[in-house]
Design a protein around this ligand. Structure first.
Ligand code: IPE
Ligand code: IPE
Ligand code: MG
Length: 249
């Protein structure tokens, strides 16, 4: 029985977030340039989007480039930007054919103009698609997102003071990049690093975390289903006791 067949299709997470890490080490192991690792990583991303769609995941968020990644060597950053344009252009037809909606989260002001234009073209063209939503975190930093939200709220308050006591978590959420996206039930990080690296800090408050040593370019559909299977074995208690959870079943 394949791992996919073992999945409980009643309990597929709606939203899976992925920190796609390990491209550089994968390339190094094979005596290749780092950029070749990123190319292999882009292929893996395509596969995982397909895998997610096959089992009915509704949202997949892929951490492609962090705000901190702007500090990498110039060549690597330029290579990554070129790769982004290329893979999004190559995938445009498939995305449309497969009813996939593309969304971007991050500080887009920092992106080169051509990358910005190309990506937003696809975001617009796919906006009415109703299948899987692929969210690319690009030039993304979670602290930056939270501070931007606070700035928006303060400026709204300045223009139109409101009752601070009535301000709720939902009011706060409505200022995040992810305002229309449910929180991820599952966060996957590849390559053996056990950290979050400034990713979705607010949104993963109650996510299940899954870490694997597999390097991102080697992370295939089988590995993805393994992560989903592992998730399905967890008990999500949200502060309650095991007994309370059993009573709800
Ligand atoms: C992840 O792979 C991709 C990006 C951060 C863009 P890395 O490039 O971080 O790979 P390692 O961590 O050096 O192996
Ligand atoms: C995190 O990976 C960002 C992405 C996967 C795009 P990094 O490889 O940049 O993370 P750190 O800096 O090692 O934590
Ligand atoms: Mg890394």
């Amino acid at each position: 029985m394949s791992i996919k067949e073992k999945l409980d299709f009643e309990r597929i997470p709606k939203h899976v977030a992925v920190i796609m890490d390990g491209n550089g080490r994968w390339a190094k192991k094979k005596n290749l340039q780092r950029l070749e690792g990123h190319y292999a990583g882009a292929k893996a991303a395509r596969n995982i989007v397909e895998a997610a769609s096959e089992i009915g995941v509704k949202y997949i968020t892929l951490y492609a480039f962090s705000i901190e990644n702007w500090n990498r060597p110039k060549d690597e950053v330029a290579g990554l930007m070129a790769l982004l344009i290329k893979s999004i252009a190559e995938q445009l037809n498939d995305l449309i054919k497969n009813n996939v909606r593309l969304k971007i989260i991050g500080d887009q002001k920092m992106l080169p103009k051509d990358v910005f234009n190309q990506i937003n073209n696809v975001v617009e063209k796919s906006a009415t698609n109703t299948g899987l939503t692929v969210v690319i975190a690009l030039s993304y930093g979670s602290r930056y997102e939270i501070v931007s939200a606070v700035k928006n709220i303060l400026s709204e308050y300045q223009k139109n003071p409101f009752d601070i006591d009535k301000f709720s978590e939902n009011d706060f959420i409505s200022h995040l990049y992810t305002k229309d996206i449910p929180d991820p039930e599952l966060l996957i990080r590849t390559s053996g690093e056990l950290r979050i690296s400034n990713f979705l800090l607010w949104q993963i408050s109650y996510s299940e975390l899954y870490f694997t040593d597999v390097l991102w370019p080697d992370f295939d559909k089988e590995e993805f289903y393994k992560a989903i299977f592992d998730y399905q074995g967890r008990e999500r208690r949200f502060g309650k006791t095991s007994e309370q959870i059993a009573m709800l079943k």
